[in-house]
Write a protein that binds this ligand. Structure first.
Ligand SMILES: Nc1ncnc2c1ncn2[C@@H]1O[C@H](COP(=O)(O)OP(=O)(O)OP(=O)(O)O)[C@@H](O)[C@H]1O
Ligand SMILES: [Mg+2]
Length: 324
């Protein structure tokens, strides 16, 4: 119980416009939870509520057993928050800023200096240590803000688009860090980069119009893809013969000839039920003595699932609103 971050039925409206509409979930330690959703879906608002920067209109948040509304200060000690728009003190140098954060987080003297040195190394801030924040490039600003979020090594991290603006090398570094820290902590991160979700998240929540529309593992979500387990097959037989036989496979949703050339063909087959087709194709090729030159199985596509789930939800809402 105390190892959980629990969000129960939170709601938040701004001037009559509902931003978060009854969001509930619980996350245990050792989880990196990806928070996905279209622009304006309510991700940042939910994170700000958990971080204690915004009060919900209804619902509750409990962080490792402590109620966020009743004890905001105690909860903020347990949380590191990387906000969406890195608000930093522009006139300070990176080192002065981290020194300030250290003081705020209750570090002093040698402890504080040691922690600053660790953080500077961990977040690759050495080259800009003495530079004022206003003059930093976007990526270094982001990393300085990330440093601020992890300074006190909190058990819960809320990271709102943590790799936004980073170059590919630094994206990788930050993802590795998140994955490593995620083994011990509860990490909630929002992102629009679906490959990031597959690379670092053990769980993914898709939010659309303030509501959770999917909550699963990235793998399981990818398997909901329409093209999951579809096969592209190259055979050493004429296309017409391949078509006549392969169309007989049960529950086939789609069959297409992609290419034909002097007694060989490449065909596309999509199962209607997501089952793997490769074993059936292998068995058939073996039985008929067809030269099987290549089989590629589609691993599914998270972005297609994302588009379908969120568009469907938006369309439904629009349809509901338009209904008499
Ligand atoms: N302080 C505010 N005042 C008024 N409306 C707000 C405020 N903060 C957020 N909103 C509205 O709430 C809705 C949800 O916004 P939110 O920032 O949570 O979305 P998001 O999922 O983080 O989107 P993005 O992917 O663009 O970051 C939007 O319609 C937004 O305009
Ligand atoms: Mg946001």
């Amino acid at each position: 119980m105390a190892e959980l971050l629990e969000v129960k039925n939170i709601r938040k409206a701004f001037g009559g416009r509902v931003a978060v509409d009854g969001v509930s979930f619980a996350v245990e330690r050792g989880t990196v939870l990806g928070f996905l959703g279209p622009n304006g879906a309510g991700k940042t608002t939910t994170m700000r509520i958990i971080a204690g920067y915004l009060l919900p209109d209804a619902g509750s948040v409990s962080v490792l057993g402590t109620d966020a509304v009743a004890a905001p200060v105690a909860v903020q000690r347990q949380i590191g928050y990387l906000p969406e728009n890195t608000p930093l003190y522009g006139e300070m140098t990176v080192e002065e800023f981290l020194d300030f954060i250290g003081e705020v987080r209750g570090f002093h003297g040698r402890d504080k200096r040691r922690r600053i040195a660790e953080i500077v190394e961990q977040c690759f801030l050495e080259p800009v240590r003495h530079q004022t924040i206003d003059t930093l490039s976007k990526g270094y600003r982001q990393r300085t803000c990330f440093a601020q979020a992890i300074f006190h090594d909190p058990p819960v991290l809320l990271l709102d688009e943590p790799t936004e603006g980073l170059d590919p090398n630094q994206k990788q570094v930050v993802r590795d860090m998140i994955r490593r820290m995620g083994q011990q902590k509860i990490i909630l991160l929002s992102t629009h980069i679906l490959e990031e979700v597959e690379a670092v998240c053990s769980r993914a929540i898709i939010i659309s119009r303030g509501r959770i529309v999917a909550d699963s593992t990235p793998d399981e979500l990818r398997r909901r893809s329409i093209a999951y387990n579809a096969a592209t097959v190259k055979l050493g037989i004429p296309a017409a013969q391949a078509e006549a036989e392969l169309r007989q496979l049960p529950a086939l949703a789609e069959f297409r000839i992609l290419d034909r050339d002097h007694g060989t063909c490449t065909v596309y087959l999509r199962p209607g039920d997501g089952r793997p087709l490769a074993p059936e194709i292998h068995a058939l090729a073996c039985e008929k003595k067809w030269p099987l030159m290549d089989v590629h199985t589609d691993p599914g596509d998270l972005s297609e699932v994302f588009r379908r789930i969120t568009v469907t939800e938006d369309t439904r809402s629009t349809a509901r609103a338009a209904a008499p």
